[in-house]
Design a protein around this ligand. Structure first.
Ligand code: SF4
Length: 334
């Protein structure tokens, strides 16, 4: 089957013509779905592709939540595909926001084509959190997704002149199969940063090219490009989110306790300090007791790969095979 026809068969009705845009921004977490978006964009001939990765832990020294290797893996993938990548983050990341006590929101930082920019000082009202985000589809209480990803992306767009008087297509990898909430997302809609009729004439659409895809279709595209998946999949995780994602299953908490006991202990101690557990009915200690570590958590080489802040495997492999977690538990943001 030729590529164009194959792509057409995989499209929902509302496919925008990619050539109508000046650039394509792809929200790239390093996970399989956002990677599939990148590969889809390459096949579809999207113009001026740039990858955007939001650092959950920020760049100020915290490493509470994310896989240590994620940032380096994202950069390695971008380099292998010869695409630019820009990182952005809320200063202090997840941990600073969680520990807010009568403080304002920290500045947001974002890389731009010729450097680094920030929103300046702290902003908003004085506020106190001192607890983990709630495990909920409601982003008002699941503040990590809103504050550390969605807002960071929007701020980076609205604060760069280069997006004004031009057309931008944002691609993101939410899929209907992931949750009833995500099934309701539109495949194509104006982005929240769109201002096409305003003074800035900032025209921004959002497209979810794999919204209707099943997991097998995602892996199939990754196999076609022979891309080595993020080490978390190789360790048995079925979905790439933060290593200590609040949606973690019992098996995932048991796996984290096994491969990164000091890291696990910090999370557990925060739950005790706040007197509020991440999941309503059980602490991470109780969850870990109930779970069973993934078998690959016994593989020291894989563990070292995931916990290293430098990605040390090839991005493009000669022999591709599905990782252990390809169809495993897919707990993660919904
Ligand atoms: S991956 Fe999980 S913990 Fe991380 S920002 Fe998303 S919902 Fe929050």
């Amino acid at each position: 089957m030729n590529t164009q026809l194959e792509l057409a068969l995989n499209e929902p009705a509302a496919l925008p013509p990619p050539e109508a845009y000046d650039r394509t921004v792809i929200a790239f977490s390093g996970g399989k779905d956002s990677l599939a978006c990148v590969l889809w964009a390459i096949k579809a001939g999207c113009p001026n592709i740039e990858l955007w990765h939001h650092d959950i832990d920020g760049r100020e020294g915290s490493n509470l939540m994310d896989w240590p290797v994620t940032r380096s893996y994202c950069k390695a993938v971008a380099d292998a595909l010869e695409l630019p990548i820009y990182f952005s983050w809320l200063e202090g990341g997840f941990e600073r926001e969680m520990l807010r006590e009568e403080q304002r929101k920290a500045p947001t930082w974002f890389e731009i084509p010729d450097g680094l920019q920030s929103t300046g000082g702290q902003s908003g009202k004085l506020g106190t959190r001192r607890k983990f985000p709630q495990v909920s589809g409601n982003l008002a209480v699941r503040w990590c997704s809103a504050y550390l990803k969605i807002d960071v992306c929007a701020i980076a767009i609205t604060n760069q002149e280069r997006f004004n008087h031009s057309k931008t297509l944002i691609l993101s990898g939410e899929r209907a199969e992931e949750s009833p909430q995500r099934a309701k997302y539109e495949a194509f809609e104006p982005d929240r940063t769109d201002n096409r009729d305003g003074r800035s004439r900032r025209y921004v659409d959002r497209y979810r090219p794999i919204h209707h895809w099943c997991t097998a279709e995602v892996w199939s595209l990754i196999e076609e490009f022979c891309i080595n998946p993020h080490p978390a999949y190789q360790l048995g995780w079925g979905r790439l989110s933060c290593m200590s994602c609040i949606f973690g299953s019992a098996n995932q908490w048991a796996s984290i306790r096994k491969i990164a006991p000091a890291h696990f202990e910090r999370i557990a101690q925060y739950e005790e300090r706040f007197n509020t557990t991440i999941q309503r009915t059980m602490s991470v200690r109780q969850l870990a007791e109930r779970g069973t570590p993934y078998p690959e958590a016994n593989n020291p080489e894989l563990v070292a790969l995931a916990l290293n802040d430098k990605y040390e495997q090839p991005v493009i492999v000669s022999e591709w095979k599905p990782p252990a977690g390809a169809y495993g538990e897919s707990n993660g943001p919904n």
